[in-house]
Structures are given as C-alpha cells and as structure tokens.
Design a protein around this ligand. Sequence first.
Ligand code: 13P
Length: 247
Amino acid sequence: MKKKLIAGNWKMNGSLAANQALMQELLAGLGAPGCEVAVCAPAVYLAQLQELLKGSALLAGAQDVSAHAAGAFTGEISAPMLRDFDVRFAIVGHSERRQYHNETDATVAAKAQQALAAGITPIVCVGETLQEREDDKTEEVVKRQLAAVIHANGHCISEIVVAYEPVWAIGTGKTASPEQAQQVHAVLRKQLKAASASADRIRILYGGSMNAANAATLLAQPDIDGGLIGGASLKAPDFLTIIAAAA
Ligand code: 13P
C-alpha cells in the first residue's frame, strides 16, 4: 500500500527565528512517522530548511516553481535551483497563484513538467470555487485542471501528486465533508487511471481547513491519500496530530 503524504504549506508565513522554533518542536515530536511528511516553505527559507532537516525524516518542499528551465525570467526560481537545496516537492497551481497571479492551466502544466524534469515531485492543486460548486461545475473544473497536466506530462504522470483543494474551504474553516471530498477524489482517480496504468500509486491529497480534529475522518476515505495543510501546519502539535492520523 502506498504511504500517505502529509505536506505543510506555510504560505507567506515564517521568519528565521519562527521557522527554527517550529522545526525544533516538530522534529522533537516526530519520531519515525508512519507516513511521508514534507514542509513547503517560502523560497528564501529553503536553505535554512535544508540545514534543519539534515538527518531527519522530514522532506523539503517549495510553494511554486518556474515554468521555464533558465534564462531571462527576473524573480523566478527554476526547478534545478530548488534541487540544489534538496527540495523534493513543489506545489504547482495553488488556487492562490491561479487567482492572484493569473496562472492558467497551461502554466501549471508547464511548471509540473519543469519540476518532473529536475526530479522534483509536483503537488498539482486543483479545486473549484464556491460559485462553481453551486453551479454544479465541480467535476468539470477539476477535470479540466488535471487534464492540462496529464496532457503535458504523458507517461510521467504517475510521478505526480495531486491535491484537491476546494477554494471555498481554504483558510475559511469550512472543510469539505469526507463524502464530498471522496466523491471528487474518486473522479480524479478515474481520470488518472484512464491516463496511466500506474495511477493507483498516485497520491491524491485533500487540502482546505484540514486540522487536528477532522484529519482522521478525511484520511479514512478510500481515495484520500494524505493532506496539504495550511494554517494547521504552522502549529507543531496540530501538525503532529495530523501526521499521526495518517500513519
Ligand atoms: P488551510 O489549511 O489554511 O485551509 O489551507 C489549505 C491550503 O491552501 C494548503 O495548500
């Protein structure tokens, strides 16, 4: 059976001092986790994370990656650069980037492609807005978002991680019910299976107000293979509880 993956997305939070304190508490409580665990830090802290994570079971992740390999792209960070800092995962297509940075499905697909080429696992985020859910467009939206990544990445698709993050559940305290989440995860699984014979090994994470109290029931769903955690990943005891629930 595939190991679950619990990934923290710190978003634009942290400082040298706060990261050190958080990681110290986290590593002290982690032991030998029964699942894979990653933290996705702001890029400027990846060097700090590389030092703090040495010899630990925790893996480093980035929150974004350039859609280009190298060159005149001021401000961008390439996948090979992330590799220099032992980065193993890169979130691509987070709804906050789609929304505030106008990232299209094609951009997200190119970012996933760049990550894969550098040996980094892209965590591809998909999810519908509240309006789209109310308009009964959830399936259509998540399938369109995932299709772009499948199309661009062909046989490498079994190397990705998918994260279903309903936009209306992010940072709102409103979680999708386990049934609502499972329903969408099953749709995504079917789509992945049609694209790859190895789709069973692809982990589909749930993200959106996952916390210490609701993690266990969400993670018990047959197609929920882990979590992408925002707010609760900034509190070591909460994040440790979620990790334990995934073991
Ligand atoms: P919250 O857990 O804070 O809702 O954030 C979820 C998220 O966006 C993770 O990428």
